[in-house]
Design a protein around this ligand. Structure first.
Ligand code: PLP
Length: 384
């Protein structure tokens, strides 16, 4: 049975063009980018080409890009880098309650260290109210960090409005665009945002590579110290292969946004949504039906338990994610669904189906044949 991969928000398969692009960097251009000989210089060119390309795709060629080990490190660098650099200005940070742990956890760690942190609530669709951001700002506020698109439910935040308030109040604004870049426009000529986190493996690049975009001249306290790499912002020999792969994956993703591929993925997602909701009783859509990234579908199947459903779908060769994380043997409902005040019986049977560059009509047709019987079987099975 063919695997139907519907977990692109967890990670996307490496794009074939990315594999081709990086081959020379594992062969003749394997050098350390800090080395002065030809192998090193070729590696340096690969890195700088990727940097210039990603900045161009973000529509800010004059911006700065610090390559990191992924979206998590980018989020940590943004939060800690700004807060620790701005002690003289203030100690207050604002984030939303639905952030990925890449932002949530560093914010909680800063709070334990004595910083003031406000966790803003969201509405039932998962959206932050920009006016709530305005009300939360104090003279001590240094940074606001609100994600662009949510990784679980796909809800897109009103970051233009939030950024405008941040600008008006003179507060820095970071957005985690790991789930939005390449899926919806991320145009730094239009967005009033100072820092953006990106991750390569959601785009068809390699795991373990990401970047933090910065407006030109923005100063951060480096979090990894050592050599002078990445303009003294992030020490460590650069991951040349990962960075080159990220550039190529970003180029392809933004091209797909402009050539109708992403719109096609949105249409496939909408069909999957409509047919699952009409063929399966007691199924509920989570997230904002209108303001949502095109590939994400988050559903609750009442009377099911997410982890068991994931396993049963895995047996049927369909890869999805659950909205719950199993910690210490007990099921913890997702903090995102809890913040959205999703009704109690929808918390447990929640799964995320996410589509991406390799998703096809034939896969969705086949998924629509395979999923309903799995749910029906699960609902018949007595609970332990
Ligand atoms: C919204 C969001 N932010 C950050 C990350 C972390 O990125 P990485 O896996 O590259 O550390 C993820 C990954 O799941 C994510 O979805």
């Amino acid at each position: 049975m063919e695997l139907i991969y519907l977990d692109y928000n967890a990670t996307a398969p490496v794009h074939p063009a990315v594999r081709e692009k990086i081959r020379p960097y594992m062969e003749e251009a394997f050098g350390n980018a800090s080395s002065l000989h030809a192998a090193g210089r070729k590696a340096r060119v690969g890195i700088e080409e990727a940097r210039a390309l990603i900045l161009k795709l973000l529509n800010d060629p004059r911006g700065e890009l610090v390559f990191t080990s992924g979206g998590t490190e980018a989020g940590n660098l943004a939060l800690r880098g700004v807060m620790e650099n701005s002690r003289a200005k203030g100690n207050h940070l604002i984030i939303s309650a639905v952030e990925h742990s890449a932002v949530l956890q560093p914010a909680q760690a800063l709070q334990r260290e004595g910083y003031e942190v406000t966790f803003l609530p969201v509405d039932k669709l998962g959206r932050v109210d920009p006016e709530a951001v305005r009300r939360a700002i104090t003279p001590q506020t240094v940074l606001i960090s609100i994600m662009h698109a949510n990784n679980e439910v796909g809800t897109i935040q009103p970051i233009e409005a939030i950024g405008a308030i941040a600008r008006e109040k003179g507060v820095l604004f970071h957005t985690d665009a790991v789930q939005s870049f390449g899926k919806i426009p991320v145009d730094m000529a239009k967005l009033p945002v100072d820092m953006v986190s990106l991750s390569a493996h959601k785009l068809g690049g390699l795991k373990g590579t990401g970047a933090l975009y910065l407006r030109r001249g923005l100063k951060l306290k480096p979090q990894i110290v050592g050599g002078p790499h990445e303009h003294n912002m992030r020490a460590g020999t650069e991951n040349v292969v990962g960075i080159v792969a990220m550039g190529e994956a970003a180029r392809i993703s933004v091209a797909e946004l402009n050539d109708g591929t992403i719109a096609r993925i949105g249409t496939l997602r909408d069909r999957l949504q409509q047919e699952l909701l009409s063929s399966i009783s007691d199924a509920v859509l989570n997230g904002d039906p209108a303001n949502r990234v095109p590939g994400t579908l988050h559903l609750s199947f009442l009377g099911c338990e997410g982890e068991s459903l994931l396993m049963a779908l895995d047996m049927a060769r369909i890869a999805v994610s659950t909205g719950s994380a199993c910690s210490a043997g007990s099921m913890q409902p997702s903090h995102v669904l809890k913040a959205m005040d999703v009704q109690k019986d929808c918390l447990q049977g929640a799964i995320r189906l996410s589509l991406g560059w390799g998703s096809t009509q034939a896969q969705i047709d086949e998924a629509l044949l395979r999923i309903p019987p799995v749910i029906a079987q699960m609902r018949k099975t007595p609970k332990a």
